[in-house]
Design a protein around this ligand. Structure first.
Ligand code: NAD
Length: 327
């Protein structure tokens, strides 16, 4: 880490883990699954990770699902010579191959070998957080409660992970698991719910806090909805949600402002989560996102932000993938 850069970064405790995470976290999914047709080179990916660590970013999020092992594998090579004490890293279990049976597998048996495979790809003996990936895709919540989480507890006892987390889209499912789990859950990762178009996570932070559970929020760009280049084909948002984001992006462009900058600023300036994970596979994205952390918006940017919030994302309205508006 560069001490001057570290001094400019904010760090927040992740629940009761004792870890303090940088306000911006490094989302490594695009290292495996690029968002744009033209994939960034390995050199660009490497430059991003190294510059991120130098800049005081201390948390990296990955999963076997991201590029079917590619994200973990690339991280393993990039982090080979980096002191283990200079970053925290989380990976996941439960989500694997694309479009095949067994794409999701939350069984205890699969958890066990999945963690060993991840550690081997990452070249590590232990990850800081091992998380259940996208809990809502399990056949039912019972399998997460009775198989996945107890298997992760054993992984923790074996010294292969320090903390246990769950991740997913519907906050109600995350809460149900927290309520019913007999295994201690240290962190939850929610995505696309602390964004310009949907900030419903704000209503749940106090609940997790009061349970001593750290909150990680991911995807401040709503998985590229809030960018000038727009979302990939697979994006699950409704046409209506896509249209309001596209119109907002166009409005920003017409006023010489980058919607991604406003979206990242919005997420960072909301109630305290431990870290906001942004996918960063290009040095230019990293630089722009660090600029948001370090500097204020210009007057014009502030004005355009207020205008798009009023016009396209009115307060109190959360637009979920289903296009359901929750007042
Ligand atoms: P995102 O909203 O953070 O970003 C989408 C994409 O926009 C990025 O991948 C990147 O290619 C691009 N981008 C980044 N900064 C930009 C900028 N300043 N201007 C323009 N484009 C920019 O979505 P994401 O990458 O999917 O999410 C962040 C991370 O959170 C992921 O990499 C992953 O590690 C994690 N995540 C986890 C879960 C889960 O566990 N269930 C779900 C979603 C995301």
């Amino acid at each position: 880490h560069d001490p001057e850069e570290v001094a400019r970064m904010c760090y927040t405790p992740l629940g009761n883990t004792g870890m303090e995470l940088s306000s911006v976290g490094f989302g490594a999914s695009p290292l495996g699954n690029p968002y744009t047709a033209e994939a960034p080179s390995d050199a660009e990916g490497q430059a991003c990770v190294l510059k991120a660590l130098k800049s005081g970013i201390n948390y990296i999020d990955t999963a076997p699902w991201y590029g079917q092992g590619k994200s973990e594998e690339k991280l393993g090579k990039i982090l080979e010579d980096i002191p283990r004490s200079s970053y925290y890293i989380g990976t996941k279990v439960g989500r694997y191959e694309k479009d095949v049976e067994g794409m999701f597998d939350f069984s205890a048996e699969r958890v066990k070998c999945s963690v060993d495979e991840s550690l081997s790809r990452l070249g590590l003996r232990c990850v800081d957080i091992i998380q259940v990936h996208d809990v809502e895709f399990a056949e039912n919540v019972e399998i997460i409660l009775n198989e996945t989480l107890p298997a992760l507890q054993k992984i923790k006892e074996a010294g292969k992970a320090r903390f246990i987390g769950i991740t997913g889209y519907p906050i109600s499912t995350l809460r149900e698991i927290v309520e019913r789990s007999t295994v201690k859950i240290d962190s939850v990762l929610s995505y696309c719910h602390l964004d310009l178009n949907d900030s419903s996570l704000l209503d749940h932070i106090a609940y997790f806090e009061q349970k001593g559970i750290g909150v990680i929020s991911a995807s401040p760009l709503s998985m590229a909805l809030l960018t000038s280049f727009g979302p990939p084909d697979w994006h699950p948002a409704s046409d209506e949600v896509k249209a309001s984001c596209r119109n907002a992006a166009q409005y920003c462009q017409d006023h010489g402002v980058d919607i991604a900058k406003l979206a990242i600023h919005f997420s960072f300036s909301q109630a305290k989560v431990a870290t906001v994970l942004v996918g960063m596979d290009r040095p230019s994205f990293l630089e722009r996102n660090l600029d948001v952390v370090h500097n204020k918006l210009s007057e014009t940017e502030e004005k355009v932000l207020q205008e798009i919030q009023k016009e396209f994302f009115p307060p109190g309205v959360s637009r979920t993938w289903e296009g359901v508006e929750v007042a």
